[in-house]
Design a protein. Structure first.
Length: 143
């Protein structure tokens, strides 16, 4: 599963870091075993159809070295994923526009609604090694 970040609502301008380089997409270490896609329908103010969606899933980031021996710094992993999801840009104070891609069948365009973080394994000194993340994203229809 891949999560990218864009600065614009049309998903055309990749988010850039402080050095003005595009932020690399985040590749999940472990793909979710369940994805929930919720669709709701209603009417807009001009009586036209309105579709709203939510995507929710859980995943684990494991920095013990068992899953990926090159990714063993959980604080760095958390920093990367949170900067993609909701690094505030300029003075807009809005989360980033993020497409979620998993294989050929799931392409969801949205913005983060909530992220629940549960640390589940620690080194003896208290350094976290594993985290369970629960994501909810609101669909954003490209204009």
């Amino acid at each position: 599963m891949k999560i990218s970040a864009f600065a614009d609502k049309n998903f055309k301008t990749p988010l850039k870091d402080q050095h003005k380089k595009p932020v690399n997409p985040y590749m999940m270490m472990i793909n979710p075993d369940t994805i929930r896609l919720q669709q709701s329908f209603g009417l807009t103010t001009d009586d036209g159809p309105k579709c709203e969606g939510k995507l929710s899933f859980e995943t684990v980031i494991d920095c013990t070295g068992i899953v990926d021996a090159t990714r063993t710094d959980l604080p760095a992993e958390m920093s990367r994923i949170t900067s993609i999801l909701y690094q505030y840009k300029n003075n807009t104070y809005k989360p980033n526009y993020v497409p979620i891609q998993w294989g050929n069948n799931l392409n969801f365009y949205g913005v983060l609604a909530s992220l629940d973080t549960s640390y589940t394994l620690f080194k003896p000194d208290g350094t976290p090694l594993r985290v369970k993340l629960s994501f909810v994203l609101n669909q954003y229809i490209k204009s």
